[in-house]
Design a protein around this ligand. Structure first.
Ligand code: SF4
Ligand code: SF4
Length: 251
């Protein structure tokens, strides 16, 4: 019997999540014995057409061409998993959702007339059905391996939907907000990184996006108490997962 096929595709993104997969090194070698890596341009120019058993998609939909391509990818994929803040929330490029994209193009490019872009940056799930969304900017390698392994084994990925606060408690990190009044998005941010930033004495800035049970409006007065004005709080939330946190604020 031929092994299951794995494909990796990229839309608008920085490649950091694909690099996380390449960074798996030893595990990737083990994986390559269990699957046929059929399409992964960051690793090899040898590609074969679908259908694919498991497809990972990095990046957001920002151009008319990507909006079409994502349907082709979906049609060629038995399971489709999106990886990273770009693919699951529109990424930092979704800052355009709250601005004038044509003004951005005129400011950045010498020939904006060459630019063919959409006015928004949207997650893949806004266009096609997605089987699983793995958060993070970039994704965590242990979580990425868990998701791939789970789909190859035919089971549900074991990715808890709780917040970074749970990870601080688990590793015994003293809460930076309670102990030092440091602004922190940990209470509303999806777990997965192992609470790296609070472990080094700084607040979480939300690179994994909203967790499963978010009460973002309740956190805003705490950010104010800890010295942020409205503009600081807005900038704090408008980074890698800007559209996802904005959605939570408007809920
Ligand atoms: S989620 Fe972050 S690391 Fe991944 S592709 Fe987007 S910008 Fe890069
Ligand atoms: S910003 Fe938050 S989610 Fe991102 S690595 Fe730091 S603690 Fe983890």
């Amino acid at each position: 019997m031929s092994p299951p096929t794995l494909a990796v595709f990229k839309l608008a993104s920085c490649d950091g999540c694909q690099l996380t997969l390449l960074d798996c090194e030893d595990e990737l070698l083990g994986l390559s014995g269990q699957v046929e890596i059929a399409h992964f341009l960051e690793a090899s120019s040898a590609v074969r057409p679908g259908p694919y058993d498991l497809t990972l998609v990095e990046g957001s939909v920002t151009t008319p061409a990507d909006a079409e391509r994502v349907h082709e990818i979906r049609a060629a994929s038995r399971h489709l998993v999106t990886i990273g803040a770009c693919a699951t929330a529109g990424g930092i490029q979704a800052l355009r959702d709250f601005a004038d994209v044509e003004e951005f193009s005129r400011t950045v490019y010498a020939r904006p007339d060459y630019i063919d872009t959409l006015a928004t940056s949207t997650p893949v799930s806004a266009h096609v059905d997605v089987d699983f969304e793995l958060r993070g900017c970039p994704v965590d390698r242990r979580q990425l391996l868990e998701v791939i392994t789970a789909y190859l084994a035919g089971r549900k990925p074991d990715i808890p939907n709780n917040s970074v606060c749970f990870e601080c408690k688990r590793r015994g990190t003293v809460c930076v907000t309670v102990a030092h009044g440091t602004p922190c998005l940990g209470p509303v941010t999806h777990a997965g990184c192992g609470a790296i930033c609070p472990a080094y004495g700084r607040g979480c800035y939300g690179c994994f996006g909203p967790s499963g049970s978010v009460n973002l409006p309740a956190l805003i007065p705490v950010l104010h108490r800890d010295g942020m004005d409205d503009r600081d709080a807005e900038r704090f939330l408008h980074t890698f997962n800007t559209a996802a946190f904005e959605k939570e604020l408007r809920r």
